[in-house]
Design a binder for this molecule. Structure first.
Ligand SMILES: [Zn+2]
Length: 390
């Protein structure tokens, strides 16, 4: 914990202690030790997928797979969302070991559906992240209301939250699928007497319009699954007087990837489960903190369908410097939009103010700008040293 502005203090993210506990004993700073652990996991990942995944056995054939540092991963090709149409070729376990298969949004596309598969161990790792990520927001014995869609779906994201928080002694209820109208949702939230809510930004916007004051005893909110407009986030904090945190995750990251601490200054990442890169959309080269590019993830310790250098299509940057909570770990900045590729170029599609995200991108991208403009000052591939990856 370090002093924040105006004499207040910001508690250290609980993720750092969680990461520390998972590391073998050793010397060096937490980021240095995490990097060493990531290197070992990346080497294991490449061996694992080459041996077990027909897709990667073919895709990585003849590629340089000797990693001297995690930055060497940049020599490998990207996995694209379209590749997931061949999801069965990604499988590294038998079908009987698969606990859950998720079909990704296929709006506007045709062909075989893109799917992801998870084992129980894959889902348990996500629950562990949820348990730690929400530990500051929900105390044992308190009530958590989950408004995310699909609450009744076994092993869906809402169910994962329920399982994770039940372990901490919290009571978890999901919004019934039959509740669709905003007024009914507000009534459910009020009646539920929740201490914490997990909801989409759009749901929170609807709730704020109907509930100008926080329904007692609510004191914390986690926004998830779509991007949170910072202006709206500030308005909700002010009106409800609650601790509002933003979470970033996608199905490909097994739902969870990063979560804000009390400083609200970027997402702290589940760095031992997912290796995150930011790459220049022109040159594909890794970018240093402060420069915006595409978020690329490699899953570590994933059993069913590990992904190597998967292009998420989300635009963001790593934030420079340590967090105000005192964490020295790299943080991911806010998602700035979606990267769309067309006509030989890459475009950053920014969401309209107050609307958003991965789920909303097909609805109405009203403002587009060449990401090249944002990346115009980025160094070329040749200018970036192998150690430049955060
Ligand atoms: Zn922090």
């Amino acid at each position: 914990m370090i002093p924040a502005a105006f004499g207040a203090t910001v508690p250290l993210t609980p993720l750092d202690a969680w990461l520390e506990r998972a590391l073998p004993a050793g010397d060096g700073t937490l980021p240095e030790r995490i990097l060493q652990a990531q290197l070992a996991e990346l080497r294991r990942l490449l061996d694992y997928v080459r041996e077990r995944s027909p897709f990667y056995a073919e895709y990585l054939a003849g590629r340089p797979l000797c990693l001297a540092s995690p930055a060497d991963l940049a020599r490998l090709p990207f996995t694209e969302a379209g590749h997931l149409r061949e999801w069965k070729k990604f499988l590294c376990v038998s079908h009987s070991e698969v606990r859950r298969v998720v079909t990704l949004d296929t709006s506007g596309t045709s062909g075989s559906p893109k799917r992801l598969a998870f084992t129980e161990s894959d889902l348990a790792a996500t629950r562990d992240f949820f348990r730690i990520g929400l530990s500051e927001l929900v105390r044992p014995g308190e009530r958590l209301g989950v408004l995310l869609p699909g609450g009744e779906r076994p092993d869906g994201v809402a169910d994962q939250l329920r399982q994770a928080l039940n372990l901490r002694g919290a009571e978890v209820e999901s919004l019934p699928a039959a509740v669709e109208e905003p007024e009914d949702m507000a009534a459910w939230v009020t009646k539920g007497k929740f201490h914490c809510l997990v909801a989409l930004p759009g749901q929170l916007r609807a709730l704020l319009s109907l509930l100008p004051k926080a329904p007692a005893p609510l004191r914390s909110v986690l926004s998830s699954a779509d991007c949170l407009d910072p202006l709206f986030g500030g308005a909700l904090r002010k009106a409800w007087g609650c601790d509002l945190r933003d979470h970033y995750g996608l199905t490909e990251s097994a739902y969870g990837l990063g979560v804000e601490c009390a400083a609200h200054d970027g997402y702290h990442l589940r760095s031992l489960d997912i290796f995150t890169e930011i790459v220049d959309v022109r040159t594909d080269a890794p970018l240093p903190p402060g420069e915006t590019g595409e978020v690329v993830i490699s899953t570590l310790r994933r059993e069913a369908m590990p992904l190597v250098r998967y292009r998420t299509g989300d635009a963001a940057c790593f934030l420079p410097g340590p967090c105000r909570c005192g964490s020295p770990m790299p943080r991911l900045g806010p998602i700035q939009g979606r990267i769309e590729r067309a006509l030989g170029g890459a475009f950053l599609v920014r969401p309209p103010k107050g609307r958003m995200g991965r789920a909303g991108r097909a609805a109405a991208p009203e403002q587009a700008a060449l990401l090249r403009q944002a990346a115009a000052t980025a160094p070329s591939r040749a200018d970036i040293a192998p150690g430049g990856t955060p």
